[in-house]
Design a protein around this ligand. Structure first.
Ligand code: THU
Length: 140
């Protein structure tokens, strides 16, 4: 369980990041706020592309920003998504779950899926990506 103050901070930062979403094709705006092991927070939004396939999800935007700034271990991520004012629960896609797996301990990494008005559901990465493949397998 994530501390309530930290959770609300991540959710409000995800709401804030969502405002920068570039989603002219799906009209589905997503924001994410990623808590690193050192306490720093990186945010991201989805960035779509006319080719569709080159679209990047909000979660991966946040992860790539953090890794490119030298951060390698993550503790939690909050995600907020929906179309316009119609906020729903935006669960991370399979690709984003796998990318989070690279830099976190599945049983300890917390995923907060946020809806409207700080409504949320909380999961471990292990729950959302069971029996996962990760960097610890690479020497086998
Ligand atoms: N999207 C995210 O950014 N994160 C998710 O967890 C689910 C999907 C984006 C990708 C695309 O821009 C739009 O939402 C619709 O799929």
């Amino acid at each position: 369980m994530l501390d309530e103050v930290i959770r609300n901070d991540l959710i409000s930062k995800a709401y804030e990041a969502r405002k920068n979403s570039y989603a002219p094709y799906s009209d589905y705006q997503v924001g994410a706020a990623l808590l690193c092991e050192d306490g720093s927070i990186y945010t991201g939004c989805n960035v779509e592309n006319a080719s569709y396939g080159a679209t990047n999800c909000a979660e991966r935007t946040a992860v790539f920003k953090a890794v490119s700034e030298g951060k390698r271990r993550f503790r939690a991520i909050a995600i907020a998504g929906g179309s316009g004012d119609n906020m729903g629960m935006a669960y991370p896609c399979g690709v984003c779950r796998q990318v989070l797996r690279e830099f976190s301990e599945p049983s300890e990494m917390i995923i907060v899926v946020a809806g409207k008005d700080f409504e949320y559901r909380e999961f471990s990465l292990e729950e959302l990506l069971p029996e996962s493949f990760g960097p610890d397998f690479k020497d086998i």
